[in-house]
Design a protein around this ligand. Structure first.
Ligand code: RIB
Ligand code: CA
Length: 312
């Protein structure tokens, strides 16, 4: 009998985060013990509503805590031009009026891991501000995290929000630095993996949509992302960075190419803000601090998506 994976999700809940959350909530051997919302794709209040709405659709009662409303240091902008003003494709979903469990996400996350040191896995789908605050408030926090799978950075590709940086790491590079230097067991699933193995072309999207209510929901909320991807990345579809990171969290051996590397982040001010620095050759002579995932088994990933969206 495989043991249940117990997981905490930190997210800036928008259209791709939602599919990752559905994957975790619908996964047979996984229990989501809590979710913390961080600034990123959308303002935190919208992220809270989107996470609560999604848990309700999945018939799950998961605590959702509101977290950091701003990055630690930097001025920034949300990605509502990518996912929609509501982060959910602006298709008129009833995303108002649900109440966060608390406004103390960082405290709640610290206490959840304190209670079960080494037992809970952490999946970070947005900027790392909440994680960095937890590390600064409780220096032992990093050691209590069994593993931390991060959607962020790029292992080999340039960026998506600037020529050099991926959005989650661009929003709060100081937070990324704190996490990478904390000793936490970090696994990075960068935007390059999403572009390589998680593009959902239109015909596949239509197939997934037809799987049932969760399929229709998961595809319809990608409306604005689909348009953005066609215009910006010239894709005939959209890529799913958070779902493929969640696939690595749920089935670690789904990775087909990986390496342990020293990974750092640029704290520069210009284009290099938030740039991922992977020490591929060991030039820094610093100990590796990250499992860098470069490629994932796409067929297994798509099957995981089908299974999650079919489940009711
Ligand atoms: O760069 C992609 C990441 O930024 C994804 O997590 C997406 O949801 C946004 O947060
Ligand atoms: Ca995200």
């Amino acid at each position: 009998m495989s043991t249940t994976r117990r997981m905490w999700i930190d997210t800036d809940t928008a259209s791709d985060d939602v599919v990752a959350i559905v994957m975790a909530l619908q996964h047979p051997n996984t229990e989501v013990v809590g979710m913390s919302i961080v600034i990123g794709n959308v303002p935190v209040e919208l992220g809270v509503q989107n996470a609560l709405y999604t848990a309700e659709l999945c018939g799950k009662n998961v605590p959702v805590h509101a977290g950091a409303e701003m990055p630690l240091v930097r001025p920034f902008a949300t990605a509502q031009h990518v996912h929609g003003a509501d982060g959910m494709g602006d298709i008129g979903l009833p995303l108002k009026g649900r109440k966060a469990t608390s406004n103390n996400a960082v405290h709640e996350m610290i206490e959840a891991f304190r209670k079960e040191p080494g037992e809970l896995e952490l999946v970070a789908l947005g900027p790392l501000t909440n994680l960095a605050l937890a590390i600064r408030i409780e220096p032992e926090f990093a050691s209590w995290v069994k593993r931390c799978v991060i959607m962020g950075g790029t292992g080999v590709l340039p960026g998506n929000i600037t020529p050099l940086a991926e959005f989650n790491w661009w929003v709060d590079p100081e937070a990324v630095h704190i996490v990478l230097e904390s000793g936490m067991k970090v696994e990075m699933v960068g935007w390059d993996v999403s572009v390589a193995d998680a593009v959902i072309e239109d015909d596949l999207a239509a197939e997934l949509r037809a799987l049932g209510p969760l399929g229709q929901y998961s595809i319809d909320i990608q409306r604005v992302l689909r348009k953005f991807c066609e215009e910006s990345s010239k894709l005939k579809g959209f890529d799913w960075p958070d779902p493929i990171a969640m696939a690595v969290a749920l089935e670690p051996d789904i990775a087909t190419s990986e390496a342990h590397r020293r990974v750092e982040v640029s704290l520069g001010l210009g284009h290099e803000r938030g740039q991922t620095i992977v020490d591929h050759l060991g030039n820094t002579k610093r100990e590796p601090n990250c499992r860098v995932v470069y490629r994932v088994d796409r067929a297994r990933f798509i099957d995981m998506i089908r299974t999650a969206l079919r489940a009711q």
